[in-house]
Design a binder for this molecule. Sequence first.
Ligand code: FNR
Length: 426
Amino acid sequence: MSDPGVGRTRQSAIYRDGVFGKRPTVPTDAGALEARAQAAMSSTAWAYVAGGAGEGATMRANRAAFDRWQVAPRVLHGTTTRDLTTTLLGTTLRAPLLLAPVGAGCLVAPDSDVQIARGAATAGVPYVFSNQGCNPLEETAAAMGDVPWWFQLYWSTDEALVDSLIGRAEAAGAAALVITLDTTMLGWRPQDLNLGSLPFARGLGIAQYTSDPRFRELVASRVAVAAAKVKEKVRPTVGAVRSLIEMSRSHPGDFRANLTSPEPRAAVETFLEIYSNPALSWANLETLRERTRLPVVLKGILHPDDARRAFELGVDAIVVSNHGGRQVDRAIASLDALVSIREAIGRQPVVLFDSGLRTGTDLFVALALGADACLLGRPHIYGLALDGADGVASVVENVMAELDLTMGLTGVGSIPDLVPGLLTRT
Ligand code: FNR
């Protein structure tokens, strides 16, 4: 008998368990997944993960863009097996899917990056480690086993820190370097603002920094300068004490020693000052080729002219993304940008996509519209919230199962066969 494929195999396993009264721990549809994750998360975690810029118009636009495309299935095609594999930047992948970089995941679960890495490795998909992760990249890399991983960088105002982070990613075995361009400042995010909650200000999501030798140098000099100044007496509030405890817990080293040390606070202040560079320009990016031997991927491109310029500069790939609607409200939908960018630059350059992708059929649509691979964002964090590393793997397996079934039901045998002609636009 021919291979039934990942879709039928997963379906059968779930239905077989159902006979014994067992239901999936992680819901198989995006709506229930999100609702169950919300119930499992604190209000600050939910605000940070699910929230977006302004009134949420970009997030709605991302979904509405998917709703404008419909699949036009063909029948009697006799396609019985599907090949989901693809080659991306020289590496063969199980499917054209990667996990998007997500910062401050420890709001949702402890050791979030390591857990996500374990889930990604189980499912056999690459994970793009966030520069604002909760575990040093070396620890997360160890959890990936043989599955490739990429490192995402926010370009700091401190150029020596940029080099240090790139060097660590190379040394630990990253397969590509992703530079995120759309977050030179944080967008206006009312859900977090209304709670007065920024994870980094409490020391969460700065593990790549506190584990970095160059960053530690910067912290040490800040501590030295502060020690020389006359101290102003401030009465601590309950909130401030709670934040100090959280900072001391996340900071490397002994918790008790951290409580009385100026270092954790100085680390947070240093991070907030230098983590991104509002002056970032094409001139900075021109220096990249001499600074790394890794393939370079630019994330956060929405305009065809920026896409053209990126490839003129010689980058290896771009990610069409509006950061899941977290940066500019009323931005264009990422899927619409994918279509116009492909029209402008042709089929050849390597283009990845994210923002708004929730299901296997969404993945089918984005691939048919010209994405070479896609990044799965919030859904994998919802899986983490519900069932740790296993939850992450389940979410990925569900998306792949639906992609496989949709391909089988429409007569598509392999990823290169996913073409715009399979879709109609309403
Ligand atoms: C992100 N994203 C992100 N991107 C990045 O380059 N570095 C980062 O540290 C983060 N952090 C982050 C945190 C959280 C909580 C979210 C939800 C997103 C953006 C992410 O990589 C991706 O572009 C979006 O998640 C895609 O949108 P959807 O599909 O999740 O809506």
